[in-house]
Design a protein around this ligand. Structure first.
Ligand SMILES: [Zn+2]
Length: 342
């Protein structure tokens, strides 16, 4: 058998456009040196020229599909996936998640955890993931290195949080900004001088304020300036749960009416490279504002079911012009697999 030369026979599923699910049975998919050469009906197909390729017949229950894109995944929460989700979000963060994420200050712990996570996601068929790491710069670099080594396309953010976090898991505003900038430059260097935002790059840095409650307006504004300076991606949470929405309004009642979308806009983070998770409690005008700015939404149905006590109105948002993708949101959900999410 020649290296990486296969003929697969069986069912092939893909989505040629966002509203079409295409199922092709009894097809052949010829792969030569890692690249798909043809996908055609098997009937009448002369495969003589591929006689040196390895022939793989899929079973009735197997299929081939494009790699999954997990648009919202908390890498350090892999070990706690789906546990203790019976308490409200803010309590879950304080009691379970912050202590768990803080363990990534231990780099050998982080390396072991992230190696297992990325390997698992690749086995699940997740070839692209957008990750929240932790506030720790060095552990976030380790996640980037592991994704690069294993060949997973990854959008990775060092989480920023300078308030409303426990003493053992908080940073100063300056640390948040400085370490974010260092991570952007680190990833830029990994790409060997290519544009850090280049679409061909395997690893991308993402400016990542955890969510508005853990970020001062000063931090958010400086992160907004970095987003503009480096033209890099942005991610955060938006309108996820009723208690989070109320907390943001309590903290910043005079900024954009105390609403997530307006605060991200005011601080320069509502960009056309921003992906915000959840959006269960978005108002109609906020959806329109995200569309105008070109921001996108990561819907995480499993986590929304557990925490938000609501659903993202994907079809409605899509009809209004909002780009919506899907995420697992581990560990707010129980599975790192995209199939239950889909
Ligand atoms: Zn999340």
């Amino acid at each position: 058998m020649a290296d990486h030369q296969y003929v697969f026979y069986g069912m092939i599923i893909d989505t040629p456009d966002p509203l079409t699910l295409r199922i092709r049975k009894q097809h052949v998919c010829v792969v030569n040196k890692g690249k798909i050469k043809i996908i055609e009906p098997y009937a009448g197909r002369n495969l003589e020229e591929y006689q040196n390729f390895m022939f793989i017949r899929l079973s009735e229950s197997q299929f081939i599909c494009p790699g999954f894109v997990d648009l919202h995944c908390h890498a350090p929460q892999y070990r706690q996936a789906g546990s203790a989700t019976e308490v409200p979000l803010l309590e879950w963060l304080r009691k379970f998640t912050f202590p768990n994420e803080a363990r990534c200050s231990d780099l050998s712990y982080a390396r072991d955890l992230y190696t297992k996570l990325v390997s698992r996601l690749l086995r699940n068929g997740t070839t692209t993931a957008q990750y929240f790491a932790t506030i720790h710069l060095e552990a976030t670099k380790i996640l980037a290195n592991i994704c690069q080594e294993k060949g997973q396309r990854a959008y990775i953010g060092k989480v920023c949080a300078d308030q409303n976090s426990p003493d053992f898991y908080i940073e100063t505003t300056d640390e948040g900004v400085r370490n974010t900038e260092e991570f952007i430059n680190y990833v830029h260097h990994m790409q060997k001088g290519r544009d850090v935002a280049g679409t061909n790059a395997l690893i991308h840095s993402v400016i990542t304020p955890r969510f508005i409650p853990t970020c001062s307006i000063n931090l958010l504004s400086q992160l907004g300036q970095l987003a503009k300076k480096y033209d890099v991606h942005v991610q955060s949470h938006i309108a996820e749960t009723a208690d989070q929405v109320a907390f943001v309004h309590y903290l910043y009642p005079s900024i954009g009416d105390g609403r997530d979308v307006a605060i991200f806009r005011e601080t320069g983070l509502l960009t056309n490279k921003a992906v915000f998770a959840h959006g269960v409690y978005l108002a109609e005008n906020e959806v329109d504002e995200m569309v105008t700015c070109g921001s996108a939404l990561a819907s995480c149905p499993v986590a929304n079911f557990l925490f938000s006590k609501g659903v993202t109105a994907i079809e409605h948002f899509t009809r209004r012009g909002l780009n919506v993708g899907l995420g697992t949101d581990i560990g707010g959900a129980y599975s790192s697999n995209m199939l239950p999410v889909v």
